[in-house]
Design a protein around this ligand. Structure first.
Ligand code: 6V0
Length: 314
């Protein structure tokens, strides 16, 4: 039996703890179980968060073990090494696939019927790893994909154009990493084609400006890591948003990472593509319409992921 009001977070470092904090405030769950290889860390975070419970909706937060996840509606995996200054996400692959080889079989053993949300990096490779090792159906294995990158893009565009970032509709898709791409061809501000809206705001050098924005989005994690050592608040908000879509069966479209089959000829990889997300997890991958150039960039992004997947023994 799945308890949709119960969530487990595996990995209680910066990202796990910040995600627990955002989920606690979301009111989506009445039970939050924190699991970490370092039990003290999980216990400390559970205590600290619990002391905020009187300011939130009723919620029980505890440090737990794998047996506690059997009935969880959502299992969020944030365990694993993070990037150090100068490291790419793909540099983390061997370390974190090794960690997933410990964690995912433990989840599989509990025959859990909830949804698995992978956040650890490289998130697309680890979503695929979790899918293979868990035996879960593809709809129940979701990676955070380019949800955070897309939020960064919306934020920067909103700032530049002086509009609420929620009125900006644009996606970053592909690998959550260096080969990701911006889908400018369908980008718009509440229905007004993006470049036209830019012109209304007095911005005309579209190609140059959009390239700079894209690079700022792509490289923002490097900059944050350089300045403060890790990124965690933005992703914690993204985790909350994905959890909301699932637990409330919102069927919102988010660029999560999931198994891609037959999308612009791509098969057998996981990466961030706009997807309808609801109570069953991945409901449908959506073709937002890509220009020829965007299709080429997507294929390149997929190739770089495929190359890494081919080196793994799953
Ligand atoms: P961190 O602060 O080092 O925390 C990692 C935690 O994982 C630690 O508490 C470890 O004890 C724990 N851990 C390690 N091995 C295991 C194991 N076998 N079982 C249980 N727990 C274990 O890292 P941080 O929290 O900063 O980052 C976690 C992961 O999130 C990294 O891979 C980041 O790269 C990734 N991020 C993903 C983002 C995304 O958009 N998907 C964004 C930011 C970070």
């Amino acid at each position: 039996m799945v308890n949709v009001r119960k969530c487990a977070i595996i990995g209680c470092g910066f990202v796990g703890a910040a995600s627990a904090f955002s989920l606690m405030q979301s009111g989506l769950f009445s039970e939050l179980v924190l699991i970490d290889a370092n039990r003290d860390k999980a216990e400390g975070e559970a205590m600290d968060l619990s002391h905020g419970a009187p300011f939130a909706r009723p919620i029980e937060i505890s440090a737990g073990a794998y047996d506690d996840i059997a009935d969880c509606g959502l299992i969020v995996v944030t365990a694993g090494a993070n990037q150090k200054p100068g490291e790419t996400r793909l540099d983390l692959v061997n370390k974190n696939v090794g960690i997933f080889k410990q964690i995912i079989p433990e989840i599989k053993k509990r025959q859990c019927e909830g949804i698995l949300l992978v956040v650890s990096n490289p998130v697309d490779i680890l979503t695929y790893t979790a899918l293979k090792l868990s035996g879960f159906p593809p709809s129940r294995v979701i990676g955070s994909g380019t949800v955070l990158d897309t939020a960064r893009l919306k934020y920067l565009l909103g700032q530049r154009l002086g509009v609420d970032s929620r009125s900006v509709h644009a996606y970053i898709i592909g690998e959550h990493g260096d080969s990701e791409l911006a889908v400018w061809s369908s980008a718009n501000v509440s229905g007004v084609e993006l470049y036209r809206f830019c012109e209304l705001c007095g911005h005309f050098e579209h190609e140059q400006n959009m390239q700079k924005l894209y690079e700022d989005v792509r490289d923002s994690a490097y900059e944050i890591i350089q300045k403060k050592g890790a990124t965690y608040y933005g992703i914690a908000m993204a985790v909350r948003r994905i959890a909301e879509c699932i637990m409330r069966d919102e069927r919102s479209i988010l660029p999560v990472s999931s198994l891609i089959e037959g999308y612009y000829g791509l098969n057998g990889i996981c990466m961030g593509i706009p997807t309808i997300v609801g109570s069953e997890g991945v409901e449908k991958v959506v073709d937002v319409g890509l220009s020829g150039d965007e299709q080429l960039k997507l294929l390149k992004s997929a190739e770089s992921l495929k190359k890494v997947l081919d080196t793994l023994d799953l």
